[in-house]
Design a protein around this ligand. Structure first.
Ligand SMILES: *Cc1c(COP(=O)(O)O)cnc(C)c1O
Length: 495
């Protein structure tokens, strides 16, 4: 199967090239030339399989330049018991009749990014071999919290890779900072940047386009790549858990084969919900994709009006991984809804760069609205949802997941739609202990890792092992840099 650019369908490459490159040279996103479909009994076949086997079954249909035994090896390494704290990998928790929470945070960093970032390094490392790449890849990441740690865990000690993560000194939680500063592995580096996430991100973008640096590092045997969610190697592993969730619902007798389900996804960069759309194209009977946003509700407006407009105030919220005004993966959705009209997609993206705004045509808008519903909520409503979920169902959810549950509740009230729904739960509540405790009415908050114990004591839910272990870990990385001097940090770390 070939991959094409969303901005130029004439540009084609293999899966291994798509994964190694990340982005098309024209700035477009690399996407399968044709979307595969499961065989008619594919879902039946997978119902009795383990998560790892389902991953092999689904991913194989997109990766014909990899053998089944290769993919099988990756799945065992990525989703084994040493990485995930449950055999199910992505288990479903039934909340009430017709509402199912898909827990995507049982991996090593307790956020859903692990589902893709445990797999990507294996795909990437094998792709480099297939492409006969001689140099060592150095992954550069600017993170607002979850991605950096998940990427560090995924790439640690993977052959032929190095990883450097820059996080804003003043922009991550205590727990997130500690998670990164105590990172283990021989091929990892972590550095704080003075400033906010924008400063870190701008700095990393500058490193990527620094020709002088590129030459210097090539001389030392390195080249840069990114583990950003625009990489196809991050979208593909996410398709698996939607297929897997449907198989689990059948296996446990919650639905009959062929019954439609809805999915509701707390959304930022649009990668997770896009994967659900691809699962639908594969043949999973998904009816509505419900896109949940926080106060940064650019996607809600887009889905309701067909106008994407980033010219608005940016808010820092309690669900920081969704604080985004440009949802990069939406480009792949536009590619599908324009019937793969690369010129039109390029036109939208150029307008977004130039004016921060574009409006889609009637036909695209109709497809958008028949596939998607959308809603948003603010921090106060987010906390009220966490509290209600705890009081009514004794089920503890994080701030991102709470946004999704609230939007689902509103959607059901407005539409009367009673289709069984899978809600994607994207982080362990312990990762956002302070705001979760606040939601439960606790006003005197502890600090650092003591917050974890405080939440455990208040609820009787135990702290996930990787977070509990933080208290005993020694800090390895204390470097801080001005954003102008990030290049020196890179040269130092890649000596
Ligand atoms: C990254 C992230 C999201 C947003 O996912 P996208 O794929 O960017 O839409 C939601 N919740 C959490 C906890 C995340 O880490």
């Amino acid at each position: 199967m070939q991959y094409v650019s969303t901005r130029n369908r004439q540009f084609k490459c293999s899966a291994a090239q798509a994964i190694a490159q990340g982005l098309s040279p024209d700035g477009g996103l690399l996407t399968p030339e044709v979307l595969p479909r499961l065989s008619p009994n594919g879902l039946d076949t997978m119902t009795d399989m383990s998560y790892q086997q389902r991953a092999v079954y689904v991913m194989s249909s997109f990766l014909d330049d990899f053998t089944t035994s290769e993919i099988s090896g990756f799945a065992d390494m990525a989703y084994g018991p040493d990485k995930f704290d449950t055999k199910a990998v992505a288990p479903i928790h039934q909340v009430d009749e017709g509402t199912y929470c898909l827990e995507l945070w049982h991996g090593p960093t307790c956020a859903f990014k692990d589902m893709a970032l445990q797999m990507l390094p294996h795909l990437l490392s094998a792709s480099l071999v297939k492409n006969a790449e001689q140099k060592t890849v150095c992954i550069l990441v600017a993170t607002s919290g979850d991605t950096g740690k998940a990427a560090l865990e995924g790439f640690r000690d993977v052959n032929g890779t190095r990883i450097l993560v820059f996080y804003p000194r003043d922009g991550v939680s205590d727990i997130q900072k500690l998670q990164m500063q105590t990172q283990e592995g021989e091929n990892v580096g972590v550095c704080a940047v003075v400033g906010n996430f924008d400063d870190a991100q701008t700095g990393v973008k500058r490193l990527f386009s620094d020709v002088d640096l590129k030459d210097k590092l090539a001389g030392r045997g390195y080249f840069f790549s990114s583990a950003n969610s625009i990489n196809w190697g991050r979208i593909l592993p996410q398709i698996v858990y939607y297929v897997s969730a449907y198989c689990d619902l059948i296996r446990d007798g919650n639905i009959q084969k062929g019954d439609p389900i809805n999915v509701c996804v707390p959304t930022g960069n649009f990668g997770n919900i896009l994967s659900a759309y691809y699962a639908k194209q594969l043949g999973v009977p998904i009816a509505k994709l419900i896109c949940a946003s926080n106060r940064n509700n650019v996607l809600t407006d887009f889905i309701r009006t067909g106008i994407y407009d980033r010219n608005r105030t940016f808010y820092n919220t309690m669900s920081p991984s969704m604080d985004i005004l440009i949802s990069s993966n939406l480009e792949r959705m536009l590619f599908e809804f324009t019937d793969r009209d690369d010129c039109t997609v390029k036109g939208y993206m150029d307008a977004l760069t130039r004016e921060g705004r574009y409006e889609v045509g009637e036909a695209v808008k109709r497809k958008l609205q028949s596939n998607f519903a959308a809603g948003f909520c603010d921090d106060k409503t987010t906390q009220a949802m966490i509290r209600a979920m705890w009081e009514e169902h004794k089920y503890l959810i994080d701030t991102h997941t709470a946004v999704a549950f609230h939007v689902l509740k509103e959607y059901r009230a407005e539409s009367g739609d009673t289709t069984p729904t899978v809600v994607a739960s994207t982080a362990s509540p312990f990762k956002f202990s302070d705001n979760v405790l606040g939601a439960l009415g606790v006003t005197e908050l502890a600090h650092g890792t003591a917050l974890l114990d405080q939440l455990a004591e208040r609820t009787g839910v135990s702290v996930p092992a990787p977070l509990a272990a933080l208290a005993g870990r020694s800090v390895r990385f204390t470097q801080v840099t001005e954003k102008e001097h990030m290049v020196d940090q890179v040269l130092e770390m890649l000596k």
